[in-house]
Structures are given as C-alpha cells and as structure tokens.
Ligand binder design. Structure first.
Ligand code: PXG
Length: 463
C-alpha cells in the first residue's frame, strides 16, 4: 500500500483521538512507518526528528531491541494472565518492587492500570474511599487546576481543567473544583506581576478554595509538577513551596500526576523529587514503558495504602489489563535500561543544562516572547513582534509554525501559540543542536509567511 491508499482507508474508517474528523479527512493523515533513535520516518521516506517523544513517552527512543526481546520472551512464556482472584505473575511482582525502590521512601505500593487516564480514575476512587474509611464521608471534593490534563476518561476529564473538554460529553463527575494555574507568561505577566509574587498568588488561590469548600470537605489536591499538555508550564520557583505550605496547614491528600514528568523528564525519577514533594499518590504511565506497550499505575504512599489494606476489605476496582505481564516485562526492562545507562542523571547534569543553553538563545528571535525549559521539556511562547503581545487567535500562528516544523523535519507541537518540545531522553548534543536549528528555521519561515499574509491583507485594504 502507498500513502494515498492508507489515507483513503484512514479517512473511511478511522476516528482519530483529539481530531476534527472532517477537517482531517479533507487533508489526509501523515503516515508514520518506522522509528530509529530520536527519528520517525514517514511513508514518503521523510526522516523527522521527534521532538515530542511520540506523545511525551518514548523516553528511550525508538528501535530498542532489548524491549522487543523482553516483550517476545514474555509473550512466549505467558502473554496474558490477570492479577485478580488471589493470583499474580513474576513480571507484575518484579515491576512493583522496582517502582517502589525508585519512588520516594514513603511509597511502597503500586496499583497497575492500562493508561494514565485509568490511573487518574483509580486516584479519584482511592482518595474518596480513603476518607470514607477514615469516617470522614464529607471529604469528597477534589481540587484540580484550570488547563491541567489528567486524561480523557470521564474522571480524567473532570479532574483536568481543559475548558473545551468540559464542554463536551458531560455532565462531569460531581465535587471537583479547579483553581488557577501558575502560568506566569499567560496570566501573571500581562497583569504586570513578577513571577514569584504570581506563584504565591496561585498558592493563595488554592488556600482560598479550600476555605470556601471547607477543609473537612476537601479530599485531595491534584496537579502535574510541570503542566504538559497545557503548554509545558513550568511554575515560578515560589509556587510549589507555597503550595506545600498551604497543604501542610490542612489535612488534604496530595496527588502529583507524574504521567509526563515521571521517569526522567525533569532530570529525576519523578517530578515530585525535583520539587521536593511527598505526594500521597502518584499516577504514572507513558515513560514507564517508553510507550512501547500501554501500561500505567498509581504509586500509593503508606498513609493511604496502610488504610486501604488494614481497614478497607475488598477494593472493588481493577482492569483486565492491570499489571499485564507483557507490558510489565517491557516496563521492567525499560527501567533497568534507564538505570544501567544512567539516563536520568544525564538529563539532570548534562542534557538538560545543554538544552537550556541552546533553547534560551531562541528568545532573541522576534517571534519568541519567552523560551523556557526544565530537564527535557521546553516551550516557546510566540508573540507578535509588532506589539509584543499574543497574535489574534484566528491567525492560528502556532499551528502554522507546527506545520512548518514538520515540513523542515521536526516534530514540535503547538498548544495555541505555545510551541512545545519533550524529546526522547537519549537525545545527543548533536541532535539537540539539530532540533534547535530546525526550530529556528521554522520560526523564520513562520515570520515570512506572516509577513506575506499581512502584506496581502494590506493590499486588499488598499484596493
Ligand atoms: N495525566 C497526564 C499528566 C497526561 O499528560 C494523562 C494523565 C492520561 O494518560 P493516557 O495514557 O490515558 O493518555 C496524560 C496524557 C497532548 C496529550 O495533547 C497529552 C496526553 C494525552 C493526549 C494528548 O499533549 N497526556
């Protein structure tokens, strides 16, 4: 089959995630056929640097034979068995032990799921169950943040704070509230606040919400260490310490969603370690298996786990694929390779600082209002050079820049007019150079296109 054949069948039968079905049908999909290291190769033979590690997950890069072998060996031995009815299997047990060894010391249990969304559904049921077991039946509210992403299942959407998602397919799960996000460029800067004051304001908003709902009605606060899908939003330095101080005043569980930040993205095994947080629960997925097979879970701190174990009886919750042996074997091998190759420390000590130097230089580009990064996650905020402010949304400048990136051989995502990267953690210095050079060229091309559009409009208005 050739590209047009795939596109025809895709258009006829395949509903893509997060997609305007009709618009894609008219345009036709790009067909990705292969991956090697940090590159993907499409059906036209184009070799594209994958600046997003798939969807924030291919941490060890493409084409790792060791992971293929781990899957093959496990499928020969035992492709599937469940963990229900008093049974388990070696891959699930080994992975549980490895995860708890890598997690902060107060976390010694894991509940497996098939994805990050299922992990957050599990979180919601667990925190409410925890408080019910503690006899605090009113503690049911969960506070999340605007523009957070916690998944696409009903609980995932409800915990997340994506307004366009909330508008579809509701009603949402009751008793979930949202507070403002620590997005300085978007919300603090236009109001003239300095980043640290803004970070403290956001923490104060959390405290105000707790007081409004009542401490004895709030079960948990959930947040990503760095918001991923929302726009690679790195909070001001003051934010997490201030949030920690707020939470310390009230008896509320902390859930840190590590689906993106876990497994080395921020230069530590978990984003919580980078920010010095001690979460009660940590949903995980994505980088756990470098995306080679679907697997997620919830790392459960002793406070919650001990209660569920000692006081809970049966927890009526679980998935057919909880701890799937083949997925678990691949995740186990993935973590072993990350340890053996020192991937996490290299992100912290070498690749992260190297990317930061190269990335920061893009701030001199006239289209860039801010270039930020931490570990191997980064963002560029696009602004109109004429005004120093955001472009009109209708121009869809971020999408234009994303398409030009693709054309120049780089996957860089757009969230509105924020450009995002999250490359595989095995990227080299030379590949970082290539990524930044291609990003700069795409910015130049975007600027040229915008100039053409504006001069067209100018001519039209003269005639
Ligand atoms: N939590 C976080 C922080 C995530 O980023 C999920 C939970 C849900 O995981 P699953 O495995 O159910 O997809 C995610 C997923 C995007 C994008 O547009 C990001 C995700 C998923 C889809 C699109 O950046 N993150």
């Amino acid at each position: 089959m050739q590209t047009p054949d795939y596109q025809r069948l895709d258009r006829a039968h395949h509903l893509h995630p997060f997609t305007d079905f009709k618009a894609l049908g008219e345009e036709g999909s790009r067909i990705i056929e292969r991956g090697e290291g940090v590159y993907i190769i499409d059906s036209e033979g184009n070799r594209i640097l994958d600046g997003m590690a798939g969807l924030w997950c291919v941490n060890l890069g493409y084409g790792r034979e060791e992971l293929v072998e781990a899957a093959t060996a496990q499928m020969r031995e035992l492709p599937y068995y469940n963990n229900f009815f008093k049974t388990t299997h070696p891959p699930a047990v080994r992975l549980a032990e490895t995860l708890c060894r890598l997690a902060p010391p107060h976390i010694n249990r894991v509940f497996f799921t098939g994805s990050g969304s299922e992990a957050n559904d599990t979180v919601l049921r667990m925190v409410r169950r925890y408080w019910a077991l503690k006899g605090q039946n009113d503690k049911q509210w969960v506070i999340g943040r605007e523009n957070a992403y916690h998944g696409s299942t009903v609980a995932g959407v409800s915990l997340g704070g994506m307004a366009p998602m909330h508008q579809q397919g509701g009603p949402l799960v009751p008793k979930i509230a949202h507070v403002r996000q620590p997005y300085w460029f978007q919300e603090g800067r236009p109001a003239g606040h300095d980043p640290d004051a803004f970070g403290r304001e956001c923490a104060a908003a959390l405290e105000a919400k707790i007081q409004e709902l009542g401490e004895d009605r709030v079960a948990a606060f959930i947040a990503e260490p760095v918001q991923g899908a929302g726009g690679a939003i790195i909070p001001p330095a003051s934010y997490w310490p201030a949030v920690k101080a707020v939470l310390a005043k009230y008896d509320i569980l902390l859930v840190v969603d590590e689906v993106i930040c876990g497994f080395g993205r921020l230069g530590e095994w978990f984003g919580s370690v980078h920010y010095g947080l001690a979460p009660d629960l940590m949903p995980i997925a994505k980088g756990l298996s470098s995306g080679y097979l679907p697997i997620g879970g919830v790392l459960v701190g002793d406070r919650v786990a001990d209660t569920l174990i000692e006081e809970g009886g049966e927890f009526f919750h679980g998935f057919t694929y909880s701890g799937h042996p083949t997925c678990a074997a691949v995740a186990q091998r993935n973590l072993e390779l990350m340890e053996a190759e020192g991937v996490v420390a290299r992100v912290r000590d070498d690749l992260g600082p190297y990317l930061a130097r190269r990335w920061q230089a893009l701030e001199s580009h006239p289209l860039v209002g801010e270039a930020r990064c931490l570990g191997l996650i980064g963002a560029l905020e696009l602004i109109d050079p004429a005004t120093g402010e955001r472009f009109d949304e209708s121009l869809a400048v971020g999408n234009l820049c994303r398409d030009l990136c693709f054309a120049s051989g780089l996957v860089m995502r757009s969230v509105g007019d924020t450009m995002i990267i999250s490359p595989p953690l095995v990227i080299t210095h030379a590949e970082i150079d290539e990524l930044v050079d291609k990003a700069r060229r795409a910015l130049d091309a975007t600027l040229e296109r915008l100039a053409a559009i504006t001069s067209d409009t100018h001519e039209e208005s003269l005639t």
